[in-house]
Design a protein around this ligand. Structure first.
Ligand code: NAD
Length: 480
């Protein structure tokens, strides 16, 4: 008999306790080999004054088990409460969010009967680092950070996921026609890693038209991998158009742990009435079973669940006259799934999970992209300035050239306005003055930059930040 696997369980708030009870009942009856540690998180913890909503003792359990099955929680109204999901995600390094979005036509209403898409969202980087600044009266910035190891981890995860789950194709969405360096890196890493998976098709779409296609013809996609922001938006779109927001589960996979949950919230108005649909959490738990290498149990549970849905045993949220056969509550639905353990669906496609689980993917190879030679070749000096025209600023800043540095251009919100700007361009109070080595091909030193900044300051100009310009192995590491 295989050993029980320790997992950490949180029953959550609102409908959380009911759907967790139903889920654990089904797992137990299906023969899941689990040793459950229960923790308290959420509303009561917040209200006791813990701004993170999770007590220190809960972390001990999470560090021990590294597997977290979490019911939805209620974040209390009012400020000062940190998002528990963000805290757990950051602490456990959960870099991949995996959300299968599947239609259950004709048993659950949907416009896309053939949809079966898995969104793999990068979960740690991109605009979500939360590094924001107000730089001038008019302009705010948010830094978009994309790392090569971050791209390698998520893209490899997507290909490994596709292979393990008998998928045929991995699609990448980016906006690299505009963000040539950040999204460009994501796309480049995708192409590199795709070449190692000759058994899988691969393709890249620009995210705007890709998103339109996904919303219109989701059956054209299989596994789709993308950076954080696009994934945040499109995983909700995909779940919604599958017709199954209440039925979708998700996995957050990391290097030192994994978290499984439903995608919906705690639906407080439905709480305590035996009304809620436990399917989202149950399908999250199925992903957990695969992750802890119990694919046999995952398959039993998932196929019995499909059979119950197909038999028309429906909770209120998916109940439809003429399609559904029986309107049931949370407990009765769980009982219906248990009754069908060992059975497979007849119209819907039965699932098959492989040995090897969804456990840690290798992140071997992460951290490549070594650089032999990094040269400092210039600096972008950002100014807060409201003194007039681009021509006037160009004249002033050009005079500040010297000691091996020469003003090469001035931009305003990404548009070059000096030399040869257009009078129609709207000018904000936020300017970027690019100084490059005056001798072509030469590199410069940090002290040349500090000397330049000293001249800028002495001239009474407000420099709000600088970005060094580097060449990496001879190639510019900055947008031109
Ligand atoms: P929600 O998902 O809780 O509910 C939206 C609507 O969907 C509800 O009116 C309910 O009728 C329906 N619904 C949701 N899940 C259902 C289920 N399993 N069965 C039947 N019907 C279901 O979203 P909300 O109302 O915006 O948020 C409520 C609370 O949940 C908030 O405090 C929010 O912060 C929290 N929340 C938590 C999580 C999480 O823990 N991961 C995620 C989202 C929202």
């Amino acid at each position: 008999m295989a050993q029980n696997v320790p997992i950490t369980v949180a029953h959550g708030d609102g409908i959380g306790p009911e759907i967790m009870e139903a889920t654990l009942h089904i797992l137990k009856e299906a023969g899941a080999r689990l040793e459950i540690e229960t923790i308290e998180i959420g509303e009561q913890v917040y209200l006791r004054g813990d701004t993170a909503g999770i007590p220190a003792s809960a972390w001990d359990s999470l560090r021990r088990t590294k597997v977290f099955l979490k019911a939805p929680i209620t974040t209390p109204q009012g400020g000062g409460f940190k998002s528990l999901n963000v805290t757990v995600r950051k602490t456990l390094g959960l870099y991949a969010n995996v959300r299968p979005c599947v239609s259950y036509h004709p048993f659950v209403d949907t416009k896309h009967p053939k949809m079966d898409v898995v969104i793999v969202r990068e979960n740690e980087e991109d605009l979500y680092a939360g590094i924001e600044h107000r730089q001038t009266a008019q302009v705010y910035q948010c830094l978009k950070l994309i790392s090569r190891p971050g791209c390698e981890k998520i893209v490899r995860y997507a290909f490994e996921y596709a292979r393990r789950n008998n998928r045929k194709k991995v699609t990448c969405f980016t906006k690299d026609n505009i963000m040539k360096m950040t999204d460009g890196l994501f796309h480049k890493v995708f192409d590199e890693i795709a070449a190692e998976y000759a058994d899988l098709e691969n393709e890249h779409w620009i995210v705007d038209i890709g998103a339109a296609k996904l919303a219109d013809t989701p059956e054209a996609f299989d596994v789709v991998v993308m950076p954080n922001l696009y994934g945040d938006i499109l995983s909700d779109v995909a779940a919604q158009i599958a017709g199954s927001v209440g039925l979708a589960g998700s996995a957050n996979i990391g290097t030192s742990g994994a978290m499984f949950e439903a995608i919906h919230g705690s639906a407080p108005r439905r709480a305590g009435q035996n009304l809620a649909n436990p399917s989202g959490l149950l399908l999250g738990a199925v992903m957990m079973l695969v992750h802890i290498n119990q694919p046999d149990v995952a398959e039993r549970v998932h196929n019995a669940w499909l059979r119950a849905v197909e038999d028309g045993v429906h909770t209120y949220d998916i109940y439809a006259e003429g399609v559904s056969k029986q309107k049931v509550g949370t407990r009765e639905f769980a009982a219906a799934v248990v009754e069908r353990l060992g059975q497979s669906p007849q119209t819907l496609k039965a699932v098959k999970y492989n040995e090897g689980g969804g456990s840690e993917t290798s992140t071997a190879g992460a951290g490549t992209g070594k650089v032999e030679k990094k040269e400092l070749v210039g600096v972008d000096v950002f100014l807060n300035w409201e003194g007039g025209t681009a021509e006037a600023l160009g004249e002033t800043c050009d005079k500040l050239s010297g000691e091996g540095l020469k003003l090469s251009l001035i931009g305003n919100r990404g548009i070059t306005v000096w030399p040869q700007g257009l009078p129609e361009t709207f000018l904000s109070d936020h300017w970027r003055c690019r100084y490059l080595a005056s001798q072509e091909g030469a590199s410069i030193s940090h002290s040349q930059i500090t000397a330049l900044l000293q001249r800028v300051a002495d001239h009474g100009l407000d420099f709000i930040k600088t970005e060094n310009l580097y060449n990496f192995d001879g190639k510019p590491g900055y947008s031109q």
